[in-house]
Design a protein around this ligand. Structure first.
Ligand SMILES: Cc1ncc(COP(=O)(O)O)c(C=O)c1O
Length: 365
Protein backbone atom coordinates (compact mmCIF):
# COMPACT_ATOMS: atom_id res chain seq x y z
CA UNK A 1 0.00 0.00 0.00
CA UNK A 2 1.32 3.44 -0.90
CA UNK A 3 -0.05 6.84 0.01
CA UNK A 4 0.11 7.64 -3.70
CA UNK A 5 -2.44 4.98 -4.64
CA UNK A 6 -5.88 6.10 -5.69
CA UNK A 7 -8.89 4.78 -3.81
CA UNK A 8 -9.58 2.39 -6.72
CA UNK A 9 -6.05 0.99 -6.58
CA UNK A 10 -6.33 0.58 -2.81
CA UNK A 11 -9.61 -1.28 -2.94
CA UNK A 12 -8.92 -3.58 -5.88
CA UNK A 13 -8.51 -7.32 -5.44
CA UNK A 14 -6.55 -8.13 -8.62
CA UNK A 15 -7.01 -11.32 -10.61
CA UNK A 16 -4.26 -13.86 -9.99
CA UNK A 17 -3.21 -15.54 -13.26
CA UNK A 18 -2.01 -19.14 -13.33
CA UNK A 19 1.69 -19.52 -12.70
CA UNK A 20 4.09 -19.05 -15.63
CA UNK A 21 7.32 -20.45 -14.12
CA UNK A 22 10.63 -20.27 -15.95
CA UNK A 23 11.58 -23.85 -15.14
CA UNK A 24 12.86 -25.98 -18.04
CA UNK A 25 11.21 -29.31 -18.72
CA UNK A 26 8.00 -28.50 -16.89
CA UNK A 27 4.76 -30.09 -18.12
CA UNK A 28 2.43 -27.10 -18.00
CA UNK A 29 -1.16 -28.17 -17.57
CA UNK A 30 -2.27 -25.20 -15.45
CA UNK A 31 -3.39 -22.38 -17.76
CA UNK A 32 -5.26 -24.12 -20.59
CA UNK A 33 -2.67 -23.35 -23.23
CA UNK A 34 -2.56 -25.43 -26.38
CA UNK A 35 0.18 -28.10 -26.39
CA UNK A 36 0.61 -27.79 -30.17
CA UNK A 37 2.34 -24.95 -32.01
CA UNK A 38 0.33 -22.32 -33.87
CA UNK A 39 -0.40 -22.89 -37.57
CA UNK A 40 2.70 -22.83 -39.79
CA UNK A 41 0.94 -20.03 -41.69
CA UNK A 42 1.39 -17.82 -38.61
CA UNK A 43 5.13 -18.37 -38.54
CA UNK A 44 5.41 -17.67 -42.23
CA UNK A 45 3.35 -14.49 -41.99
CA UNK A 46 5.43 -13.23 -39.06
CA UNK A 47 8.71 -14.04 -40.83
CA UNK A 48 7.60 -12.15 -43.91
CA UNK A 49 6.88 -9.05 -41.86
CA UNK A 50 9.28 -6.28 -42.82
CA UNK A 51 11.03 -4.95 -39.73
CA UNK A 52 10.88 -1.39 -41.03
CA UNK A 53 7.06 -1.40 -40.78
CA UNK A 54 7.38 -1.54 -36.98
CA UNK A 55 8.39 2.12 -37.07
CA UNK A 56 4.79 2.91 -37.86
CA UNK A 57 1.71 2.57 -35.68
CA UNK A 58 -0.55 -0.34 -36.59
CA UNK A 59 -4.06 -0.03 -38.02
CA UNK A 60 -6.04 1.16 -34.97
CA UNK A 61 -9.16 -0.66 -36.17
CA UNK A 62 -7.39 -3.94 -37.11
CA UNK A 63 -9.53 -3.81 -40.26
CA UNK A 64 -8.07 -6.79 -42.12
CA UNK A 65 -8.41 -9.00 -39.05
CA UNK A 66 -11.98 -7.82 -38.40
CA UNK A 67 -12.85 -8.61 -42.01
CA UNK A 68 -11.38 -12.13 -41.74
CA UNK A 69 -13.23 -12.79 -38.46
CA UNK A 70 -16.44 -11.45 -40.02
CA UNK A 71 -16.03 -13.75 -43.00
CA UNK A 72 -15.36 -16.73 -40.74
CA UNK A 73 -18.57 -16.16 -38.79
CA UNK A 74 -20.70 -14.91 -41.65
CA UNK A 75 -21.29 -11.50 -40.11
CA UNK A 76 -20.31 -7.98 -41.19
CA UNK A 77 -17.07 -6.27 -40.02
CA UNK A 78 -19.27 -3.80 -38.11
CA UNK A 79 -20.30 -6.74 -35.91
CA UNK A 80 -16.68 -7.52 -34.93
CA UNK A 81 -14.47 -5.99 -32.23
CA UNK A 82 -10.90 -7.14 -31.59
CA UNK A 83 -8.79 -6.61 -28.50
CA UNK A 84 -5.53 -7.43 -26.75
CA UNK A 85 -6.63 -10.87 -25.56
CA UNK A 86 -10.24 -11.64 -24.71
CA UNK A 87 -9.52 -10.35 -21.20
CA UNK A 88 -9.30 -6.86 -22.65
CA UNK A 89 -12.44 -7.42 -24.74
CA UNK A 90 -14.25 -8.58 -21.58
CA UNK A 91 -12.97 -5.57 -19.62
CA UNK A 92 -14.30 -3.19 -22.28
CA UNK A 93 -17.60 -5.06 -22.37
CA UNK A 94 -18.05 -4.71 -18.60
CA UNK A 95 -17.20 -1.02 -18.89
CA UNK A 96 -19.26 -0.23 -21.98
CA UNK A 97 -22.27 -2.53 -21.68
CA UNK A 98 -22.69 -3.90 -18.17
CA UNK A 99 -22.24 -0.88 -15.90
CA UNK A 100 -25.86 -0.21 -14.92
CA UNK A 101 -27.81 0.21 -11.73
CA UNK A 102 -29.01 -3.40 -11.48
CA UNK A 103 -26.37 -6.03 -10.69
CA UNK A 104 -24.62 -8.13 -13.31
CA UNK A 105 -25.31 -11.84 -12.87
CA UNK A 106 -22.82 -14.64 -13.33
CA UNK A 107 -22.49 -18.19 -11.95
CA UNK A 108 -20.89 -18.68 -8.53
CA UNK A 109 -18.33 -21.03 -10.04
CA UNK A 110 -16.93 -19.32 -13.11
CA UNK A 111 -14.03 -17.33 -14.58
CA UNK A 112 -12.65 -15.45 -11.60
CA UNK A 113 -11.84 -12.33 -13.62
CA UNK A 114 -15.54 -11.30 -13.79
CA UNK A 115 -15.79 -10.08 -10.17
CA UNK A 116 -12.44 -8.29 -10.63
CA UNK A 117 -13.82 -6.24 -13.54
CA UNK A 118 -16.90 -5.48 -11.45
CA UNK A 119 -14.76 -4.03 -8.69
CA UNK A 120 -12.55 -2.14 -11.13
CA UNK A 121 -15.53 -0.45 -12.76
CA UNK A 122 -17.75 -0.21 -9.67
CA UNK A 123 -20.36 -2.61 -11.03
CA UNK A 124 -22.67 -4.39 -8.60
CA UNK A 125 -22.87 -8.14 -9.18
CA UNK A 126 -24.71 -11.18 -7.87
CA UNK A 127 -23.61 -14.75 -8.29
CA UNK A 128 -26.11 -17.44 -9.26
CA UNK A 129 -25.26 -20.77 -7.64
CA UNK A 130 -24.71 -23.63 -10.04
CA UNK A 131 -26.54 -26.79 -9.04
CA UNK A 132 -24.72 -29.45 -6.97
CA UNK A 133 -23.60 -31.18 -10.17
CA UNK A 134 -22.23 -27.79 -11.42
CA UNK A 135 -24.94 -27.51 -14.08
CA UNK A 136 -26.18 -24.05 -14.97
CA UNK A 137 -29.98 -23.79 -14.83
CA UNK A 138 -31.15 -20.85 -16.90
CA UNK A 139 -34.32 -20.31 -14.84
CA UNK A 140 -32.09 -19.49 -11.84
CA UNK A 141 -31.08 -16.27 -13.65
CA UNK A 142 -34.68 -15.00 -13.61
CA UNK A 143 -34.20 -11.89 -11.50
CA UNK A 144 -33.66 -8.18 -12.21
CA UNK A 145 -30.21 -7.57 -13.64
CA UNK A 146 -28.00 -5.17 -15.54
CA UNK A 147 -26.54 -7.95 -17.69
CA UNK A 148 -25.72 -11.66 -17.64
CA UNK A 149 -22.27 -13.17 -18.21
CA UNK A 150 -21.18 -16.78 -18.41
CA UNK A 151 -18.54 -18.80 -20.21
CA UNK A 152 -19.71 -21.59 -22.50
CA UNK A 153 -18.22 -24.08 -21.83
CA UNK A 154 -17.96 -22.86 -18.27
CA UNK A 155 -14.58 -22.45 -16.60
CA UNK A 156 -13.23 -24.14 -14.57
CA UNK A 157 -15.83 -26.92 -14.89
CA UNK A 158 -15.61 -27.40 -18.68
CA UNK A 159 -19.35 -28.07 -18.81
CA UNK A 160 -21.24 -26.74 -21.83
CA UNK A 161 -24.71 -25.26 -22.06
CA UNK A 162 -26.76 -26.37 -25.10
CA UNK A 163 -27.58 -23.61 -27.58
CA UNK A 164 -31.32 -23.94 -26.82
CA UNK A 165 -30.62 -22.98 -23.22
CA UNK A 166 -28.53 -19.96 -24.26
CA UNK A 167 -31.42 -18.93 -26.48
CA UNK A 168 -33.82 -19.23 -23.53
CA UNK A 169 -31.72 -16.75 -21.55
CA UNK A 170 -31.64 -14.34 -24.48
CA UNK A 171 -35.40 -14.60 -24.94
CA UNK A 172 -36.15 -14.13 -21.24
CA UNK A 173 -33.86 -11.12 -20.87
CA UNK A 174 -34.37 -9.00 -24.00
CA UNK A 175 -33.44 -5.82 -22.12
CA UNK A 176 -30.11 -7.08 -20.75
CA UNK A 177 -26.85 -7.66 -22.53
CA UNK A 178 -26.07 -11.36 -22.41
CA UNK A 179 -22.32 -11.96 -22.77
CA UNK A 180 -21.33 -15.50 -23.71
CA UNK A 181 -17.60 -16.02 -23.18
CA UNK A 182 -16.68 -18.72 -25.69
CA UNK A 183 -12.99 -19.00 -24.82
CA UNK A 184 -13.19 -22.81 -25.09
CA UNK A 185 -16.03 -23.33 -27.57
CA UNK A 186 -13.86 -24.79 -30.36
CA UNK A 187 -13.16 -27.89 -28.27
CA UNK A 188 -16.72 -29.18 -28.57
CA UNK A 189 -19.52 -26.83 -27.46
CA UNK A 190 -22.19 -25.14 -29.60
CA UNK A 191 -21.44 -21.51 -30.45
CA UNK A 192 -24.03 -18.78 -29.93
CA UNK A 193 -22.64 -16.74 -32.85
CA UNK A 194 -25.48 -18.07 -35.03
CA UNK A 195 -27.94 -16.24 -32.71
CA UNK A 196 -26.32 -12.82 -33.11
CA UNK A 197 -28.57 -11.94 -36.09
CA UNK A 198 -31.72 -12.53 -34.01
CA UNK A 199 -30.68 -11.09 -30.64
CA UNK A 200 -29.35 -7.52 -30.51
CA UNK A 201 -28.58 -8.06 -26.81
CA UNK A 202 -26.08 -10.91 -27.44
CA UNK A 203 -22.31 -10.42 -27.31
CA UNK A 204 -20.14 -13.46 -27.97
CA UNK A 205 -16.49 -13.19 -26.90
CA UNK A 206 -13.77 -15.44 -28.31
CA UNK A 207 -10.02 -15.80 -27.92
CA UNK A 208 -7.14 -17.00 -30.07
CA UNK A 209 -5.25 -18.03 -26.90
CA UNK A 210 -6.63 -21.56 -26.61
CA UNK A 211 -7.79 -23.29 -29.79
CA UNK A 212 -5.48 -21.26 -32.06
CA UNK A 213 -2.47 -21.80 -29.75
CA UNK A 214 -1.71 -18.07 -29.65
CA UNK A 215 -1.80 -17.22 -25.94
CA UNK A 216 1.50 -15.37 -26.39
CA UNK A 217 0.15 -13.09 -29.12
CA UNK A 218 -2.79 -11.73 -27.05
CA UNK A 219 -5.73 -11.55 -29.43
CA UNK A 220 -9.42 -11.89 -28.65
CA UNK A 221 -12.60 -10.67 -30.30
CA UNK A 222 -16.30 -10.07 -29.82
CA UNK A 223 -19.21 -10.59 -32.19
CA UNK A 224 -22.49 -8.78 -31.69
CA UNK A 225 -24.96 -6.22 -32.98
CA UNK A 226 -23.18 -3.16 -34.52
CA UNK A 227 -24.57 -0.99 -31.69
CA UNK A 228 -22.90 -3.17 -29.04
CA UNK A 229 -19.67 -3.14 -31.04
CA UNK A 230 -19.82 0.66 -31.38
CA UNK A 231 -20.05 0.89 -27.56
CA UNK A 232 -16.91 -1.23 -27.22
CA UNK A 233 -15.08 0.91 -29.78
CA UNK A 234 -15.94 4.07 -27.80
CA UNK A 235 -14.29 2.60 -24.70
CA UNK A 236 -11.31 1.26 -26.63
CA UNK A 237 -10.70 4.64 -28.28
CA UNK A 238 -10.78 6.26 -24.84
CA UNK A 239 -8.29 3.80 -23.41
CA UNK A 240 -5.76 2.56 -26.00
CA UNK A 241 -6.46 3.20 -29.66
CA UNK A 242 -3.84 0.65 -30.82
CA UNK A 243 -4.56 -2.44 -28.72
CA UNK A 244 -3.18 -4.86 -31.30
CA UNK A 245 0.36 -4.40 -32.58
CA UNK A 246 1.28 -5.12 -36.17
CA UNK A 247 2.63 -8.58 -35.34
CA UNK A 248 -0.54 -9.51 -33.44
CA UNK A 249 -2.72 -8.41 -36.35
CA UNK A 250 -0.60 -10.25 -38.93
CA UNK A 251 -0.32 -13.45 -36.87
CA UNK A 252 -3.99 -13.53 -35.90
CA UNK A 253 -5.06 -13.01 -39.51
CA UNK A 254 -2.98 -15.98 -40.68
CA UNK A 255 -4.33 -18.15 -37.84
CA UNK A 256 -7.97 -17.33 -38.50
CA UNK A 257 -7.53 -18.15 -42.18
CA UNK A 258 -6.16 -21.64 -41.41
CA UNK A 259 -9.33 -23.35 -40.21
CA UNK A 260 -8.11 -26.79 -41.32
CA UNK A 261 -5.27 -26.63 -38.81
CA UNK A 262 -7.61 -25.43 -36.07
CA UNK A 263 -9.98 -28.35 -36.67
CA UNK A 264 -7.10 -30.83 -36.74
CA UNK A 265 -5.51 -29.72 -33.44
CA UNK A 266 -8.86 -29.38 -31.66
CA UNK A 267 -9.76 -32.93 -32.73
CA UNK A 268 -6.41 -34.21 -31.39
CA UNK A 269 -7.00 -32.45 -28.07
CA UNK A 270 -10.56 -33.83 -27.82
CA UNK A 271 -9.21 -37.36 -28.43
CA UNK A 272 -6.56 -36.92 -25.72
CA UNK A 273 -9.26 -35.55 -23.41
CA UNK A 274 -11.31 -38.74 -23.92
CA UNK A 275 -8.24 -40.82 -23.11
CA UNK A 276 -7.42 -38.84 -19.96
CA UNK A 277 -11.04 -38.97 -18.76
CA UNK A 278 -10.99 -42.77 -19.05
CA UNK A 279 -7.66 -43.06 -17.24
CA UNK A 280 -8.67 -40.77 -14.39
CA UNK A 281 -12.12 -42.38 -14.00
CA UNK A 282 -10.46 -45.78 -13.66
CA UNK A 283 -8.33 -44.38 -10.83
CA UNK A 284 -11.12 -43.17 -8.59
CA UNK A 285 -11.56 -39.65 -9.98
CA UNK A 286 -14.90 -38.03 -10.63
CA UNK A 287 -14.52 -36.14 -13.91
CA UNK A 288 -17.06 -33.48 -14.83
CA UNK A 289 -18.26 -33.80 -18.46
CA UNK A 290 -15.92 -31.45 -20.33
CA UNK A 291 -16.31 -29.83 -23.74
CA UNK A 292 -13.17 -27.75 -23.16
CA UNK A 293 -9.40 -28.30 -23.38
CA UNK A 294 -9.27 -29.13 -19.67
CA UNK A 295 -10.96 -31.44 -17.21
CA UNK A 296 -12.17 -30.63 -13.71
CA UNK A 297 -11.67 -33.62 -11.45
CA UNK A 298 -11.78 -34.72 -7.83
CA UNK A 299 -10.45 -37.88 -6.30
CA UNK A 300 -12.70 -39.95 -4.04
CA UNK A 301 -10.05 -40.16 -1.31
CA UNK A 302 -7.28 -37.63 -1.96
CA UNK A 303 -7.19 -33.92 -1.32
CA UNK A 304 -6.98 -31.62 -4.38
CA UNK A 305 -4.25 -29.38 -2.96
CA UNK A 306 -2.19 -32.41 -1.99
CA UNK A 307 -2.43 -33.94 -5.46
CA UNK A 308 -1.47 -30.60 -7.06
CA UNK A 309 1.59 -30.43 -4.78
CA UNK A 310 2.51 -34.04 -5.58
CA UNK A 311 2.31 -33.43 -9.33
CA UNK A 312 4.33 -30.27 -8.96
CA UNK A 313 7.11 -32.18 -7.23
CA UNK A 314 7.23 -34.23 -10.41
CA UNK A 315 7.37 -31.14 -12.63
CA UNK A 316 3.72 -31.29 -13.67
CA UNK A 317 1.71 -28.12 -13.06
CA UNK A 318 -2.07 -28.28 -12.73
CA UNK A 319 -4.44 -25.64 -11.31
CA UNK A 320 -5.99 -25.84 -7.88
CA UNK A 321 -8.46 -23.21 -6.63
CA UNK A 322 -9.09 -22.71 -2.92
CA UNK A 323 -12.16 -20.56 -3.53
CA UNK A 324 -15.09 -20.99 -3.64
CA UNK A 325 -14.88 -23.70 -0.98
CA UNK A 326 -16.93 -26.23 -2.90
CA UNK A 327 -14.33 -26.46 -5.67
CA UNK A 328 -11.36 -26.84 -3.28
CA UNK A 329 -11.32 -30.66 -3.63
CA UNK A 330 -10.97 -30.32 -7.43
CA UNK A 331 -8.08 -29.99 -9.83
CA UNK A 332 -8.28 -28.37 -13.23
CA UNK A 333 -6.03 -30.21 -15.64
CA UNK A 334 -5.30 -28.80 -19.09
CA UNK A 335 -5.25 -31.37 -21.88
CA UNK A 336 -1.67 -31.61 -23.10
CA UNK A 337 -0.19 -33.97 -25.66
CA UNK A 338 -0.83 -37.70 -25.15
CA UNK A 339 2.70 -37.87 -23.68
CA UNK A 340 1.98 -35.11 -21.15
CA UNK A 341 -1.22 -36.83 -20.04
CA UNK A 342 0.53 -40.19 -19.80
CA UNK A 343 3.25 -38.63 -17.61
CA UNK A 344 0.53 -37.31 -15.28
CA UNK A 345 -1.17 -40.70 -15.09
CA UNK A 346 2.19 -42.39 -14.40
CA UNK A 347 2.91 -40.07 -11.45
CA UNK A 348 -0.54 -40.78 -10.03
CA UNK A 349 -0.06 -44.54 -10.46
CA UNK A 350 3.27 -44.46 -8.63
CA UNK A 351 1.68 -42.46 -5.85
CA UNK A 352 -1.40 -44.67 -5.50
CA UNK A 353 0.80 -47.78 -5.45
CA UNK A 354 2.97 -46.26 -2.75
CA UNK A 355 -0.13 -45.26 -0.78
CA UNK A 356 -1.63 -48.72 -0.99
CA UNK A 357 1.60 -50.24 0.28
CA UNK A 358 2.42 -47.82 3.06
CA UNK A 359 -0.69 -45.75 3.77
CA UNK A 360 1.62 -42.71 3.83
CA UNK A 361 0.73 -39.39 2.32
CA UNK A 362 3.25 -37.89 -0.12
CA UNK A 363 6.97 -38.56 0.13
CA UNK A 364 7.01 -40.96 -2.86
CA UNK A 365 9.80 -40.17 -5.30
C1 LIG B 1 -13.31 -18.26 -19.52
C2 LIG B 1 -12.15 -17.45 -19.97
N1 LIG B 1 -12.38 -16.30 -20.61
C3 LIG B 1 -11.37 -15.54 -21.04
C4 LIG B 1 -10.06 -15.88 -20.83
C5 LIG B 1 -8.97 -14.93 -21.27
O1 LIG B 1 -8.26 -15.38 -22.33
P1 LIG B 1 -7.28 -14.42 -23.14
O2 LIG B 1 -7.21 -13.10 -22.43
O3 LIG B 1 -6.00 -15.12 -23.19
O4 LIG B 1 -7.92 -14.26 -24.50
C6 LIG B 1 -9.77 -17.07 -20.16
C7 LIG B 1 -8.36 -17.44 -19.91
O5 LIG B 1 -8.00 -18.36 -19.30
C8 LIG B 1 -10.84 -17.87 -19.72
O6 LIG B 1 -10.61 -19.00 -19.04
Amino acid sequence: MSRFWSQVARELVPYVPGEQPKVAGLIKLNTNENPYPPSAAVQQALQETVLDTLRLYPDPASSALCEAVAELHDVTPAQVFVGNGSDEVLAHAFHALLQHEAPVLFPDVTYSFYPVYCRLYGIAHETIPLRDDFSLVVEDFARPNGGIVFPNPNAPTGMALPLMEVQKILRTHPDSVVLVDEAYVDFGAESAVVLVADYPNLLVVRTLSKSYALAGLRVGYAIGHPDLIAGLVRIKDSFNSYPLGRLAQIGALAAVRDQAYLRHTCASIAATRDYLVRQLSERGFTVLPSQANFVFVRHEAEDGALLAALLREHNILVRHFRQPARIAPYLRITIGTPEHCQALVDVLDTYFLFRSQTGNLMACE
